[in-house]
Design a protein around this ligand. Structure first.
Ligand SMILES: [Zn+2]
Length: 204
């Protein structure tokens, strides 16, 4: 399952459903509250591919759906429904086909929310299930999961290989501000790629 934020996620409120002792209905927190690891990374992305079932804001306070504010629901190819709630803005419409990782909207605090976050809810046959399991993050406030994209390549050998490439005259610049030095011969690039490949093999 793709993480809903490209930089990774932090749990601000865990999932917790239990049957109400009187009605037997599920109560508690039917979803999980998440914020991006990088505060600038506010685009909310589809966690699975599917079709947009709803993209709307319910304003009637008598309708409990209004608590979700701006929300998008996607009927996933895996047969589950995923709800993305409290959005500041929505980027898709009902009936749209969306791919995992595609931007659905912008993180916000519309509806019943005390702060900016994403309320992510997953339902199987209408019943909320624990989203922390498919997301691969602990169901605990403060738990974090960095995105595989941003934790790759491992920083240590990336820095080492980049420093070597600068020294060898293939790249110029420092840190993340690296650029190819013109002209870079094919031979130099092959050596650089081979070095990265060797390091990849060692760390995978
Ligand atoms: Zn929530």
């Amino acid at each position: 399952m793709t993480l809903p934020f490209e930089s990774g996620v932090r749990v601000t409120s865990p999932f917790g459903v239990r049957p109400d002792p009187f009605s037997g209905e599920p109560s508690g927190h039917a979803g999980i509250d998440l914020t991006p690891l990088d505060p600038e990374d506010t685009a909310v992305r589809a966690v699975v591919s599917g079709t947009v079932a709803q993209s709307r804001m319910v304003t009637d306070p008598a309708n409990r759906t209004s608590e979700w504010g701006n929300y998008v629901s996607v009927f996933g190819d895996d047969g589950r429904m995923v709800y993305y709630c409290h959005l500041a803005a929505r980027a898709v419409s009902q009936g749209d086909r969306v791919e995992a990782g595609q931007t659905l909207g912008v993180e916000g605090r519309t509806g019943r929310a005390t702060g900016v976050h994403l309320h992510l809810e997953i339902r199987e046959g209408g019943v909320p299930v624990d989203p922390s399991l498919p997301l691969g993050v602990a169901n605990t406030a403060g738990a974090e999961k960095p995105s595989p994209q941003t934790s790759w390549p491992p920083r240590m050998w990336y820095d080492e290989a980049a420093a070597w490439a600068v020294e060898a005259g293939i790249l110029r610049g420092t840190g993340d501000g690296l650029a190819l030095d013109e002209p870079c011969t094919r031979g130099m690039m092959v050596v650089f790629l081979h070095r990265l490949y060797e390091k990849l093999r060692c760390t995978s």
